[in-house]
Design a binder for this molecule. Structure first.
Ligand code: GDP
Length: 139
């Protein structure tokens, strides 16, 4: 079993797609280990996406990620990191496979409804960024 980190982004929460996304994730065999709704602060969003700080879209991405509530989650299943990336679909919804979350709900390459860690090491860091050890081990 592996645990990965995911965010339902502000576009999806605002458009009322959060429940549908959770249902897809559970249907794909993920168990929700921890979950919280919050509004990211500017510094939280900048820190989370620090790897992208030199990219031209960084300012716009931080503005988007702080515009409304998000839902942060710890998701468990076999091969959770890879499987979540599969269920999410490509970053740009125009390239996302049919049936993926981004194909179904994303509005654009930026407003693309969901984040999922890209590797087990990143997942461990991102889980720690939002959850305490106690929250991650309570069920
Ligand atoms: P992910 O791992 O599929 O989420 O993609 P990345 O790590 O490459 O990018 C992080 C996030 O930045 C994406 O999910 C998008 O919200 C946003 N993003 C990525 N590429 C672009 C881009 O070319 N333009 C804009 N405006 N946003 C982007």
């Amino acid at each position: 079993m592996q645990t990965t980190f995911s965010i339902i982004k502000p576009d999806a929460v605002k458009l009322g797609n959060a429940g549908k996304i959770l249902a897809i994730l559970e249907g794909a065999g993920f168990r929700i280990k921890a979950l919280r709704m919050l509004k990211l602060s500017q510094s939280q969003a900048e820190g989370f996406y620090a790897v992208h700080r030199e990219r031209p879209f960084f300012g716009s991405l931080v503005k988007f990620m702080t515009e409304g509530s998000v839902i942060v989650m710890a998701l468990e299943r076999e091969d959770a990191v890879l499987k979540l990336r599969e269920v999410m679909g490509a970053t740009n919804p125009a390239n996302a496979a049919d049936g993926t979350i981004r194909k179904l709900f994303a509005e654009s390459i930026e407003r693309n409804s969901i984040h999922g860690s890209d590797a087990p090491e990143t997942a461990a860091e991102e889980l720690k960024y939002f959850f305490t050890t106690q929250e991650l081990n309570q069920i």
